[in-house]
Design a protein around this ligand. Structure first.
Ligand SMILES: *Cc1c(COP(=O)(O)O)cnc(C)c1O
Length: 366
């Protein structure tokens, strides 16, 4: 009863399975640099994610930084994005010497409010960078329409959206590129890892250069690339985890639905809206603590924490409000995002979470 319950727990394959799978590395001595397992995982994920092209990376953040870099935007150009996300989304824009332009989100699902994008477009706008936050799918159709009209690129942060299908297509096949995170805390992990998915075949070579110092052959460097390669131990972890991913998602679904059942009639507790045509991954269980709830979000957070249940205030504060940006964005009208960031609480959800633990958590929330 006294055991800590964290918001998530990493998925790992059976010990023997991983140990067996890494054994060949002691024969080949090939530990990284686009090895056999890297290539195998790239092929398998392309199929699983149902995307035209994929490029594996060392983590989700570098996937996003390099996906942006690959678009060759002029320095100082503007990227319309959401502040209701993990800090990585905003950092990737700023670290590319571009300017984030924060757009408000929708109360209903926390994704970028597509009706407010057009009003933010200037002659310096080059891209839209929305986030499928918690696996809630953005209004892809409207966003693409705006992008087409104004000749903007669309790069989706799909870090929460592993394995999602939307209208029978892999979520990573929309826009000019999408990025995924395979961090230990995500639905699918390679310990640390990530990927860019896209349609344009030429982007594959470009991303390959960007993640490998721009090296072409032994004596030739053609571009100023970074180092963002996925190593073989990570790739093997991915191959092992991928064998169990459908079970893992199914186990999450059962727990997600148990939460819904127990909390659906609790006054003041709300859920994000479901979207038609989405095959979900049940990565997170966020609740919204409304003003009509007996407790505030922070009171609920503390109440759980006192019992060693570590729910998380994802995403509070907004990325635009972080001190690293020195109040630059404090006065922007982001009312829905601000409201959500005060109301949201992500409850523990992972494969091995006991139903009895879920019942206990829900008792505390009620
Ligand atoms: C996890 C995450 C990232 C970064 O991924 P890493 O693999 O941790 O580098 C980016 N965006 C969002 C929304 C995330 O949740």
């Amino acid at each position: 009863m006294d055991e800590k319950i964290l918001v998530t727990r990493s998925s790992i394959p059976p010990y023997e399975e991983y140990i067996e799978a890494i054994k060949p590395l002691w024969e080949t001595y090939w530990l990284t640099n686009m090895g056999k397992y890297y290539r195998e995982l790239e092929t398998e994920l392309k199929t699983y994610l149902d995307v035209p092209q994929i490029s594996l990376m060392v983590n989700g953040h570098m996937a996003l930084e390099l996906a942006i870099q690959a678009m060759d935007f002029p320095e100082g150009a503007e990227v319309i994005t959401t502040p209701f996300t993990f800090i990585s989304t905003t950092h990737a824009i700023v670290r590319n010497r571009l300017k984030p332009v924060f757009c408000d989100v929708k109360r209903s699902d926390g994704t970028i409010d597509e009706t407010k994008i057009e009003g933010l477009i200037t002659e310096n706008t080059v891209a839209i960078l929305p986030v499928h936050v918690y696996g809630n799918v953005c209004n892809i159709k409207e966003i693409q329409k705006i992008a087409d009209e104004y000749h903007l690129k669309v790069i989706y942060d799909a870090a929460h959206a592993f394995g999602l299908k939307y209208k029978d297509k892999g979520i990573g096949s929309y826009g000019d590129a999408s990025i995924f995170s395979f961090h230990a805390t995500k639905v699918f992990n390679t310990i640390e890892g990530g990927a860019v998915t896209f349609s344009e075949p030429a982007l594959y070579d470009k991303l390959y250069d960007l993640k490998n110092f721009g090296i072409h052959g032994e004596e030739l460097v053609v571009s100023v690339g970074a180092n963002a390669k996925m190593n073989e131990f990570a790739a093997v972890m991915g191959l092992c985890n991928l064998k169990h991913i459908d079970t893992a998602i199914e186990e999450r679904r059962l727990r997600y639905e148990r939460y819904q059942e127990l909390l659906k009639d609790v006054p003041g507790i709300y859920f994000f809206a479901d979207k038609q045509g989405v095959k979900k991954n049940y990565g997170y269980f966020p609740i919204l603590v409304g003003e009509d709830c007996a407790r505030t979000r922070d009171e609920l957070y503390d109440r759980l924490k006192e019992r060693k249940i570590y729910a998380r205030k994802y995403f509070y504060p907004l990325t635009s409000d972080q001190i690293c940006f020195e109040n630059k964005y404090k006065n922007i009208d982001l009312r829905n995002a601000r409201q959500l960031s005060k109301e949201v609480l992500v409850l523990p959800l992972y494969e091995g979470l006991e139903m009895e633990q879920i019942e206990r958590i829900c008792d505390l929330v009620s």
